[in-house]
Design a protein around this ligand. Sequence first.
Ligand SMILES: Nc1ncnc2c1ncn2[C@@H]1O[C@H](COP(=O)(O)OP(=O)(O)OP(=O)(O)O)[C@@H](O)[C@H]1O
Ligand SMILES: [Mg+2]
Length: 450
Amino acid sequence: MLAPLPVYHASTREIGGLFPLLVACPVPAVGARIGYDVQSGGAFYCHPVEWVLRNGLATNPNIALFGEPGRGKSSTVVAFVLRMLNFGVRTLISGDVKGEYTPVVRALGATPIELGAGNHARVNALDLGPLTARWDSWTAQRQRDELSSVLGRWVQLLAALAESQGHAPTVSDEAAIAAVLHRLVGARDGNSRLRPITIPDVHRELAHADTELWHDLRYAHRHDFLDRLRPMTDALANLISGALSGLFDAPTTVAIDWAAPVQSMDLSRLRSRGDTAVAVALTCLGAWSSLATDLRNDGEIRIVVRDELWRQLRLGPRSVAAIDAELRLSRLEQIIQILVLHKLSDLLSVGAKGSQATAIARDLIALCSTRVLFRQSTRAADELAEALALTGPEHQRLIGPVNERRGRALWKTENQPAHLVQTVLSSFEKRLFDTNAQLRPAPNGRGRYG
Ligand SMILES: Nc1ncnc2c1ncn2[C@@H]1O[C@H](COP(=O)(O)OP(=O)(O)OP(=O)(O)O)[C@@H](O)[C@H]1O
Ligand SMILES: [Mg+2]
């Protein structure tokens, strides 16, 4: 005979609602423990590589976070990054615009790479990185493959940089850049040795084109080539002499410390040089760090964080194409790319409706299987709901009061229902990553302005 079940009595004052049949669709308990599932109360874990390899919950390990400012996007990234350290997963912060990650990096005993005023750190946007050292050990086929992927990224990078200077590159510009890069790097000399190149080298080749170059590119005369390529050439010249002069156009003087648990590139000193300068810096760093991350040979899983990516997207449609090229060409499954954006229209507004840029932007979302959706304005949420095919209840949870709290977001992957998750920060994490610290009055009673 069954033992009688215990009976509990309570008034509706104590129990607001009771849903005895509520079941969660739990995610596997593997990876970083982010916080709790608001509806079931169960713990929520995230390990995007495991989600791809074992659980089929996602098709790629990349994560995109969307949300209004101050909602807790970066804090959730920090929580994820720190907790993935337990699994030996290290992180590269590819451009920290506000210098927020610097205390985290320092607390872990590493030193961030600081770029900007009063600093001698240089990053060559066209750095060959580890490619040079590994070149001789590869077969001719592998050399061709690696080189074409690097050159493809560089063409997109230079096109995005030209666009930041007010010139929208044409296909002929791109063909000319590709040809110049090929000859500068020495790829046409029988794959003997790769030569290091910088943006001023590309500019010089375009500005002082020799007969072989304009002839190969099928221009009738040299002046024809110079005239057609003038806007592109001048855009590169502006870049070399502009606000970022010397920072990304000279040989690299810093190295990514792959042994550091978290390594970051602090751009906070660049902010005084203006939004475009910061966006250009993010674009250059993105290309540089992707190449370095792809070609490291330790075989370990890495996280690459691109926080404040929306700043980079303001450069124009080409910057979306550059990011797309980096994600697409990153063939290693073991890289978790994290993109932090404000709203979907950051991506979609870069091009005219129905344009190629908008199509690329949509592809970019597809390249991030896991989407973490923080609170949004109704309009921004509607856009997201449509683009990500959220169900009605998911859409309601995105805009509803249940998603009000800081650090709360709807986690949605292609192949599983959305989970409303509250990121739980430890007191140590809160202290380390207090991005509102500047807004609070100083301990001496005076406000931040004195
Ligand atoms: N889960 C959380 N629990 C408690 N506090 C949080 C949580 N998430 C964020 N915060 C606090 O909210 C503040 C803003 O967070 P955060 O900088 O992560 O926002 P953000 O979305 O990255 O903003 P922005 O778009 O401006 O970069 C921080 O001071 C942080 O400590
Ligand atoms: Mg942030």
